[in-house]
Ligand binder design. Structure first.
Ligand SMILES: Nc1ncnc2c1ncn2[C@@H]1O[C@H](COP(=O)(O)OP(=O)(O)OP(=O)(O)O)[C@@H](O)[C@H]1O
Ligand SMILES: [Mg+2]
Length: 242
C-alpha cells in the first residue's frame, strides 16, 4: 500500500538554522501517527512545510499519490489536507458556526449547505451548545475543538493536529482523546504533534521523534518509550518499561 503522505528528505532552513533536516516520513491511510520531540525540534515547521505554508529548501512531498512539493496551502486543502494551529487562529469576531462554515466552503458553494455541514461538525466535536457564540468569547478548550471542526469541515483525508491538547484541563484532554478516536473511526488519517504523552501514547499507531530538525526514532509507542536516545533527548525515564 502506498502511503497517503510521503515526505522524502524534507528540509527547511531559516537563515543559519536548519529547522527541518532531511526528514523522511510515511503516513498510511487510516493511521494515527504521533510526532514528538523537544521544544524547537522542528515539529511545527515540518507541518508548515508539508502544508505548503513554507517552501521546502530540499526534498519532496507526495500526498494522495501526487507530488505536492511546491503546492500552495489552499491547493493542498482542496486536495484533502487540513490542519489546526499550535496557537489557535479563529476568526474572533465571527460565531462558531461562521468559523466552521469557512472550512465547509472549501468544498461547498451553497450557503445553506455549508451551514448544514458546519452544524454537523460542530455537533461532532460536542460544541452545538455554542453554535452562535462569538468565538473570541469562548475558552481555549472550546476554541481548539472548533478549530478541529473547521478543519474537518474542509473534508480532509489527512488531518494535521498541532498540540490540540495544550492548555486543556485533564477532563478536556480526555474529551479530545475520544474525539480524535472518533475522527480516526470516521476514516480520516491523523498526523498529530503532542507534548501530552499519556494521550499521544494511547492514540498513536506509530510515533516519529524529531530532535534538532532530524528524525531520531520511529516505531510503536512501546518501542519509542523504550528508546534510549528518545529517553535522553525528550521523554526522560517516566515512560520506560519497568
Ligand atoms: N519563522 C521562523 N523564523 C526563524 N526561525 C524559526 C521560525 N519558525 C521556527 N523557527 C525556529 O525553528 C526551530 C524549530 O521551531 P518549531 O516551531 O518548528 O519547533 P517545534 O518542534 O514545533 O517546538 P514546540 O514544541 O515548542 O512547538 C526553532 O529553533 C525555532 O526558533
Ligand atoms: Mg510547535
Amino acid at each position: 500500500m502506498e502511503p497517503i503522505l510521503q515526505a522524502r528528505k524534507v528540509t527547511k532552513k531559516f537563515a543559519g538554522l536548519t529547522a527541518v533536516n532531511t526528514v523522511d516520513l510515511d503516513v498510511y491511510a487510516g493511521e494515527i501517527v504521533g510526532l514528538i520531540g523537544p521544544n524547537g525540534a522542528g515539529k511545527t515547521t515540518f507541518f508548515n512545510t508539508i502544508t505548503g505554508f513554507y517552501k521546502c529548501d530540499g526534498g519532496s512531498i507526495t500526498f494522495d499519490g501526487k507530488n505536492i512539493t511546491s503546492r500552495a496551502t489552499y491547493q493542498n486543502c482542496k486536495a484533502g489536507m487540513a490542519r489546526t494551529f499550535q496557537i489557535v487562529q479563529p476568526f474572533g469576531q465571527m460565531t462558531s458556526l461562521e468559523n466552521v462554515m469557512i472550512g465547509a466552503f472549501n468544498r461547498i458553494s451553497s450557503y445553506r449547505e455549508a451551514e448544514r455541514v458546519a452544524a454537523q461538525w460542530i455537533d461532532f466535536v460536542g460544541m452545538s451548545g455554542k453554535t452562535y457564540d462569538r468565538i473570541a468569547s469562548l475558552n481555549i478548550g472550546d476554541q481548539r475543538k472548533l478549530e478541529m471542526a473547521r478543519a474537518l469541515a474542509t473534508g480532509p483525508k489527512l488531518l494535521l493536529l498541532d498540540e490540540v491538547m495544550a492548555g486543556l484541563t485533564p477532563a478536556e484532554i480526555d474529551g479530545v482523546i475520544d474525539l480524535i478516536r472518533k475522527i480516526k473511526e470516521s476514516g480520516i488519517t491523523v498526523l498529530m504533534i503532542e507534548h501530552i504523552m499519556k494521550a499521544l501514547m494511547q492514540l498513536s499507531d506509530r510515533v516519529v521523534v524529531l530532535d534538532h530538525g532530524e528524525k531520531i526514532a520511529e516505531g510503536s509507542p512501546e518501542e519509542i518509550a523504550d528508546n534510549e536516545r528518545v529517553i535522553e533527548s525528550y521523554l526522560g525515564s517516566a515512560y520506560k518499561k519497568k
